[in-house]
Design a protein around this ligand. Structure first.
Ligand SMILES: NC(=O)c1ccc[n+]([C@@H]2O[C@H](COP(=O)([O-])OP(=O)(O)OC[C@H]3O[C@@H](n4cnc5c(N)ncnc54)[C@H](O)[C@@H]3O)[C@@H](O)[C@H]2O)c1
Length: 260
């Protein structure tokens, strides 16, 4: 399938690592015109952008160091870049955190909701002013956007919220032929997953590698989802050929939730 990305500009949040970085690489491989890579982790972002520029000189790569949960600062950092590129055809909202919380830990609640849900909203409305008809918005939710989990009230609420936002925004933007969809990854092999497994293993004195092996056994395909697979799905939804797909959510979890 031909993605037809050559004349397109895209913005990806959470682009320094994990799913966001894999998507950036995929878009470069599809010869996208311009990429704005946004992340809060400055050294990682700059290093990754340098690698991409060397490997894919045909793509114009711009970095934006910003915290998506701070609406005013996000606006100040992003607006000049959006004015410079004039249009953003594809927005991928991948930035997120996976902090666990007890129900009464309100600081974590506000942090996780602030980044995962409000940050997705703030970035979307910033970019929408620069998105032409026929644009694409892809929000990264989670299989925990459809299920509950212990010590995860904040995360699950944020990811459920992203699905509501996706569906309603899709209806608002349908007259402009802008599609809005969500992807729901399961266990994806990224720094976030490795951090969480290490933390949980430490709490119970377990071996993280053993915890990973146990997790894989519960996945019908018996493997973690590579971040490149999620990037492929995102690239398809972002492509010209996916113009009739909107307000949908796509699970990519190796079959993990099929029996639930
Ligand atoms: N890895 C998984 O198993 C998995 C499963 C389901 C959903 N997800 C979702 O996928 C998305 C990407 O996760 P990942 O696994 O690639 O994680 P990751 O930690 O590897 O990458 C997330 C990126 O977001 C950035 N970020 C965090 N807070 C930010 C902020 N306030 N402003 C700007 N950037 C910020 C981080 O610096 C990091 O580069 C997240 O929304 C996550 O919830 C991941």
């Amino acid at each position: 399938m031909i993605m037809n990305f050559q004349t397109k500009n895209a913005l990806i949040t959470g682009a320094a690592t994990g799913i966001g970085a894999a998507t950036a690489k995929q878009f470069c491989q599809e010869q996208i015109g311009t990429l704005i890579l946004l992340d809060i982790a400055e050294p990682l972002l700059r290093q990754f952008a340098k690698e991409l520029r060397e490997a894919y000189p045909h793509t114009y790569i711009i970095t934006c160091v910003a915290d998506i949960s701070n609406q005013q600062k996000l606006h100040e950092s992003l607006k000049p870049l959006l004015q410079q590129v004039e249009h953003i055809d594809i927005l991928v909202n991948s930035a997120g955190v996976g902090d666990e919380n007890e129900p009464e830990e309100s600081q974590i609640w506000h942090k996780v909701l602030g980044i995962n849900l409000h940050g997705t909203y703030y970035t979307s409305i910033e970019v929408l002013a620069f998105m032409p008809n026929g644009g694409r918005i892809i929000n990264v939710s989670s299989i925990l956007g459809r299920a509950g989990n212990v010590r995860n009230t904040a995360y699950c609420t944020s990811k459920h919220g992203i699905l509501g936002f996706t569906k309603s925004l899709a209806l608002d933007l349908a007259p402009r032929k802008i599609t809005v969809n969500a992807v729901l990854p399961g266990w994806v092999d990224t720094p976030m997953l490795r951090r969480e497994i290490a933390l949980n293993a430490e709490k119970i004195g377990a071996d993280p590698e053993q915890m990973l092996r146990t997790a894989k056994k519960k996945i019908p395909l018996k493997r973690l989802t590579p971040s490149d697979d999620v990037a492929n799905l995102i690239a398809f939804i972002a492509s010209a050929g996916a113009g009739s797909i909107t307000a949908q959510s796509f699970t990519i979890d190796g079959g993990f939730t099929c029996g639930v």
